[in-house]
Design a protein around this ligand. Sequence first.
Ligand code: ADP
Ligand code: ZN
Ligand code: ZN
Length: 726
Amino acid sequence: MPATVRIALNRPLRRLFDYERPDGMVLTRGQRVRVPFGRQTLTGLVADTNGTPPEGLTLKPVSQALEPWPALPDETVALLQWASHYYQHPLGECLFTAMPPALRRGRPAERPAPMVWRYTGSGATLPASAHRQKALLDWLKDQPGDVADSTLRAAGFQRTQIDALANKQWITRVDPTAPQAAHVADATPAPSCRPTLSPAQAEAASQLPAVNAGFSATLLYGVTGSGKTELYLHYLKTHLGDQDQALVLVPEINLTPQTVARFQKYFGDRIVVWHSALNDTDRLDTWLKVRHGEPVILVGTRSAVLLPFTRLRALVVDEEHDTSYKQGDGFRYSGRDLAVYRAHLNRCPVILGSATPSLESVHNARTGKYRLVRLEQRAGPARPPTLSLLDIRSRPLEGGLSRPALSAIRDVLARGEQALVFVNRRGFAPVMMCFDCGHLMECPRCDSRLTYHRRDRAMRCHHCDFQCAARDTCPQCQSERFKPVGQGTERTEDTLAEAFPDTPVVRVDRDSTQRKGSIQQILDKVNSGAPCVLVGTQMLAKGHDFPNVTLVVVVNADGGLFSVDFRAPEQLTQTLIQVSGRAGRAEKPGRVLIQTCHSDHPLLRALCSDAYLDIAVRLLAEREQGLFPPFRHMTIVRAEADTMARSLALLDQLKPLVPAGNVECWGPLPALIARRADRHRAQLVLLSHQRGHLNAALSGLCQHLDQQRLPSAVRWMVDVDPQETG
Ligand code: ADP
Ligand code: ZN
Ligand code: ZN
């Protein structure tokens, strides 16, 4: 009998495919091959070298091995096999997610020749308008040697700026293979530019495990501005060997040139970055560096956890509570949770850092699964901000802002400092309403209201891509009393611009930062320290370090207080503490004003007086009472179809297949937004004390569903450890 192998294909199928291994072809697990599939030839990955094909079947042979080495090393395959089982997602798709697009398509696993630049020392006068070009020149001048193009771009410089300087011959492209050009991997700048650890940081550092001490997970609870990033840098610098690889996961928005520059200051060219905006060439290049075991310290977003490391010795997950670590569609993994499993596979430490750790991680720390290291003082001279509630019941508001809030902003600006105003909605107003007939503008495709965007006179749905022109009269009764209701960032921006005509007002939300590099321009402006008012969403709450912001105003905190989502109190607490944490990060003290109509709400009161960890413990007690995660494991099976009846019918079918006793089932019920982009959505929630039972039940359901011939309008998906439960 001929030798056979089992191949994983990039298909949404919960199975592998058997092929004949031609004589003389050596194949190992994780290797890329080309195989015939129907009338096509596809790229596949060897999942198992010892297949046992069903009797009496003639198998087609593998056409070709794409390279003699496994694209995915054993450890990466093991990680993905585990993830495929845990998240009940087809193995083939999981494995292919871990490869860059070029390799998925069967392109050669070769590195494009790197582009390297050198400062020529000529040319000093640039017009003032070319400040980015000047910044690039200055930056290059400070480097100890030649600099790779990818490093330049990781530092935030753009192709156009690089090309402009090359045209003027102020920088030249050099051949990196020529001996004098080699930029040694650890050409790190002098240690003098690094701060010494504060006593609190040093104490925390002494509690972190050595990289060779085996697996451990540490929750680093460090209040905002406590210098967690500094601690990670110090930790890696102290513990990481010259040949070791390390992974630092950050939320998408935190991977700004500033963060990267901070890492480069310590580690120079050893830093490589990974995020969704990389082009295919850089993606392949970085992927290959990691795969070939170069001693990189990779700073990246969620999917970096799937890279093919071969010498991974330490992992850090910054802002571990951030919901962007959970993939929202397809292979719905949690980057944070996979990082913990990966540390376990590599018998190395993982550090999960946050000022507002997830209740799951707090629970793990309390039960001894994770170690807990506390860093409860701000670094340097900074003091914690003081929070107070501002009752806005029966107070007149202008653009959502009360008089006391506006006057607090005025005081801060008069002192030459900056203020930050947090609004949880982008656009001008979350809804348009007719004050004669009560009509509300709704999305024709979703069960939701349209947001009014005044800047471009549009009504937009934030749940699908629907938009239409804004109108001045009610579409129902033609009344002119058709007005925006509620607050969005644009409206607050207008109010602030009117109140402070001589001060720049900078809006930061998804709309104002869409253009590439715009977030950086905004950050540069804020970091110049001149008085300004920042107004923005969630985006502003995440990890930024604005030394001159001394006042934070939260326009309205009440949305999260009465939500049906069991995670809402946790998320509200995290957001408010994170956004408050932007105040007073340097010498000057910071103040936070939270506007609310519920100033006696226990959660808001606790925020003003208690530490996050104490609040978290109380929120955990509530979760325990309701038997919510982490006290039971949760999975949601979702269905969507052209009618609600169809979605519900599919889930109804599943319910009897769930073994009663071990797994509790809620639903099926329509989702909170039952119709989105004309799809009717329903869900079945499964809960169990034991992950094993839940996983087995889920596996049964997936097999059952795979065997169904479902109408094409019906789709289903499973979400293990869901972040969104509506
Ligand atoms: P976190 O990540 O905890 O929010 P950062 O690492 O960004 O905190 O540090 C907050 C600020 O404190 C930064 O401006 C940083 O440069 C500064 N900082 C951190 N550690 C020290 C230290 N040991 N001495 C002086 N300044 C420090
Ligand atoms: Zn009307
Ligand atoms: Zn819509």
